[in-house]
Design a protein around this ligand. Structure first.
Ligand SMILES: O=C(O)CCC(=O)C(=O)O
Ligand SMILES: [Fe+2]
Length: 282
């Protein structure tokens, strides 16, 4: 890669604080990870792509939902609604991101070999409250560490005005009233709803998560999140990649003390997917 600026690394104390925040709040941010030439190329790619691909109305709250894969992964599945491009590999293999995840203590990470291009167009609507976990029947959904995270980069600075992320810290582990009232994330019921739906209301304990372009957002797939509307004339684009980590029933090497009892569940058992939190969320 050319013109890549030197990478900002975290001090040991900063890395530990990020890990603590990911465990306690369900997310953390590592500043300045996607930079220089690759950030420029990513902006160019996403603008060209969004200028030439229409968004289905059902994705209006997410802004768009384009799955861009590595060529190798795309060849394996041949879904015409998915795309491939060499930039996916550059993003997933970005050394600064790998180093940041390593420092935070994220272990045995495997990617979905894709990222999702989520753009909020100028004056696009808000995104509803949701959590993206699909494994609530599995005992791993009760663990204090994440089994699945999304790694995201916003390609512009975000503020409340252009639709920054909102999070309710702690909701990856702690049930709130909202959990039982929300439709499944990205379900037809949610996509059909209008903005008077409860999923668009202000929530107790919610915080804004504004970012600088290229900051790495690491979020637990279980945490409740949403985004404000974009009230500006400029597109607010986000790329988001899903990663599995700490494959069940492994325990993080840095875990201190007795691991929780859920790690003793049968590792070969299979569980039906569920987007709805079960008794594993207390
Ligand atoms: O638009 C955002 O900031 C977040 C997107 C998201 O969480 C999703 O599409 O599942
Ligand atoms: Fe989400």
């Amino acid at each position: 890669m050319t013109n890549q600026q030197p990478t900002a690394t975290l001090t040991a104390a900063e890395a530990l604080a990020k890990r603590r925040q990911l465990l306690d709040d369900g997310f953390c941010i590592v500043p300045g990870v996607l930079r220089g030439d690759l950030l420029d190329r990513m902006r160019q790619f996403s603008d060209d792509f969004l200028d030439t691909h229409a968004v289905d109305h059902k994705f209006r709250y997410q802004g768009s939902d384009f799955h861009i894969m590595t060529k190798e992964a795309w060849d394996q599945q041949q879904d015409p609604r998915r795309y491939h491009d060499p930039i996916v590999k550059d993003i997933l293999d970005l050394p600064a991101a790998r180093a940041a995840c390593d420092q935070v203590g994220l272990e045995d990470m495997t990617s979905a070999s894709s990222f999702i291009l989520l753009s909020k167009p100028p004056h696009g609507p808000p995104l509803y409250w949701h959590q993206d976990a699909t494994y609530w029947n599995h005992p791993k959904s009760a663990l204090p560490w994440p089994s699945r995270v999304f790694l995201s980069y916003y390609l512009v600075d975000t503020t409340r005005e252009n639709g920054c992320l909102r999070i309710i810290p702690g909701t990856h582990r702690k049930r709130t009233e909202l959990h039982d009232l929300l439709p499944d994330a990205h379900s037809p019921e949610m996509q059909r709803a209008d903005e008077s739906h409860l999923a668009f209301t202000e929530q107790p304990g919610e915080i804004d998560v504004p970012c600088k372009a290229g900051d790495l957002v690491i979020a637990d797939g279980r945490v409740l999140h949403a985004a404000w509307p974009n009230n500006t004339d400029t597109r607010r684009t986000l790329i988001l990649a899903w990663w599995d980590l700490f494959p069940f029933p492994s325990v993080p090497t840095w875990w201190e003390g007795e691991p929780p009892p859920e790690v003793h569940a049968d590792p070969h058992a299979t569980y039906e997917h569920s987007r709805r939190p079960t008794h594993h969320l207390r």
